[in-house]
Design a protein around this ligand. Structure first.
Ligand SMILES: Nc1ncnc2c1ncn2[C@@H]1O[C@H](COP(=O)(O)OP(=O)(O)OP(=O)(O)O)[C@@H](O)[C@H]1O
Ligand SMILES: [Mg+2]
Length: 449
């Protein structure tokens, strides 16, 4: 069954919940946010990724109202936020260094914001109980922050920020203090909470795996700008720049010069006219059933009418040369489809074939980004176009995976990741071995520069 895909950003009728419109934030001369324009939709789990100091926290603080943009505009639900103070926005922010009140119990920490809002006692109690259940903290309600674990404290901070039922929750490194296992558990809890409450989350994280797990979309930032916004799989499979490819996951970057592979002399309409035979040698279409078979009719004519005068008929020439042999169509005979680019990457080696490369890059210096898990490694040269020779320098064993570091002949070092399907890794490839690294024509992404 087809699942409905959550992609409001693709729906022109959908109104964004948050709009950054040409927002710039300067601290003195320093530009922390640089002319940023971005829409975020209701119920999104929007992840901000980027190196330290690129402006993630600043972007959130502007959204929450703790900073005012130097230029530009922020809209929430279509309303300009310029003159709306933080406490009047339907936004809550869980800070990078969340601070619980040490003298208050877990229960009172969660109730704090609601009390300040002057809500009545019963409403507060009901809401706190609900938050405790949601974050699975019921058992710890009476304890003080120092009497619970770091992970539990972080969940209290989360419960506290959810208590006021904000339309929008900003989480700045919310899981930073947790170990890997608890972090993963909490990620799923967060997604669960989001589903149950319908809150829109904007989350900052240093952990790209976390961003990929929780996010509907990931924004990669650099120096106050968003470089790319896309779904996790898109940003991984189709990064728009070397910066993004390098920032998200492990990647091999092979530099070279692009050449278009579609020869202008053989455009598609010339190589595939209706009379061109099938390159696979498929039989011609059968004749109409009511037409006499040429051979049968010839036979009849011969036997009944012409035999007395001409004698026995010479046998038919059985095999005519295939028309394709008389009229070569190089594009069709090539084992590789046309299109894309050829990447000249090292002297003395055939170019790398990249079927999904943009032919308009012809002549340009480009970089092929290849994920390590898309590469194969073998001792014998495989019968594929993209097979590059090299030497194994190092092998990293990670239990479920092995990573081979291969120094390509005349080229860069690449990483090849192999899943260890068998219990004992078949170590037929080892250090110093001469190997072939291969990959398909569509495994990589060609990036400018
Ligand atoms: N109040 C301020 N005055 C001057 N500069 C500031 C101020 N706040 C932030 N900056 C600068 O703006 C830039 C962006 O800071 P920000 O806190 O947004 O980074 P970040 O992406 O959250 O980094 P991290 O991942 O380290 O938390 C940094 O270079 C920082 O030094
Ligand atoms: Mg920060």
């Amino acid at each position: 069954m087809a699942q409905t895909v959550f992609a409001p950003w693709d729906d022109p009728n959908e109104k964004p919940l948050i709009q950054f419109k040409n927002v710039t934030k300067r601290f003195g001369e320093f530009i922390a946010i640089d002319d940023l324009t971005q829409d975020i939709y209701s119920k999104e789990f929007f992840a901000l990724l980027g190196p330290s100091g690129c402006g993630k926290t600043t972007m959130m603080r502007i959204l929450a109202g703790f900073e005012t943009p130097t230029e530009g505009q922020i809209l929430i639900s279509g309303q300009d936020m310029s003159h709306v103070p933080p406490n009047k926005r339907a936004v809550n922010m869980m800070f990078q260094s969340y601070a619980l009140f040490p003298h208050l119990s877990v229960w009172d920490n969660i109730a704090f914001g609601l009390k300040r809002e002057g809500k009545d006692k019963d409403t507060i109690a009901a809401r706190v109980e609900e938050m405790l259940r949601l974050t699975r903290l019921d058992r710890f309600a009476k304890r003080k922050p120092h009497q619970i674990s770091g992970g539990q404290r972080q969940r209290v901070a989360l419960a506290r920020s959810l208590a006021k039922a904000p339309k929008l929750l900003l989480l700045d490194e919310p899981l930073g203090a947790l170990d890997k296992k608890l972090r993963q558990d909490t990620q799923f809890e967060l997604m669960d909470i989001q589903e149950k409450t319908g809150t829109t989350f904007v989350i900052v994280t240093h952990d790209q795996e976390e961003a990929m797990t929780v996010a509907s979309r990931v924004a990669v930032m650099d120096e106050g700008k968003i470089v790319q916004v896309a779904t996790p799989d898109e940003i991984y499979e189709a990064p728009n720049s070397i910066y993004v490819a390098d920032f998200i996951g492990d990647v091999n970057l092979i530099e070279g010069r692009a050449e278009a592979r579609m020869s202008p002399a053989t455009p598609r309409d010339q190589i595939e006219p209706t009379t061109t035979p099938d390159p696979e040698g498929a039989p011609p279409p059968p004749a109409k059933p009511d037409a006499p078979q040429p051979n049968a009719y010839g036979e009849w004519l011969q036997n009944t009418l012409l035999f007395p005068f001409l004698g026995k008929r010479a046998p038919n020439p059985k095999e005519l040369p295939a028309p394709s042999e008389t009229k070569p169509t190089p594009a069709l005979q090539s084992p590789v489809k046309t299109g894309g680019i050829a990447l000249h990457w090292a002297d003395g080696h055939p170019p790398i074939v990249v079927a999904n490369g943009d032919p308009q890059l012809a002549g340009a210096a480009v970089t092929l980004a290849l994920r390590p898990e898309k590469l194969n490694i073998a001792k014998n040269k495989p019968d594929t176009p993209n097979a590059l020779p090299g030497t194994v320098i190092d092998i990293g064993y990670l239990g479920n995976l092995s990573t081979y570091h291969v120094q390509l002949d005349n080229g860069p070092m690449v990483k090849v990741q192999v899943t260890n399907v068998r219990r004992i890794a078949r170590r037929d490839i080892t250090w110093e071995d001469a190997v072939w690294v291969s990959f398909s024509e569509t495994s990589g992404v060609v990036l400018k520069g």
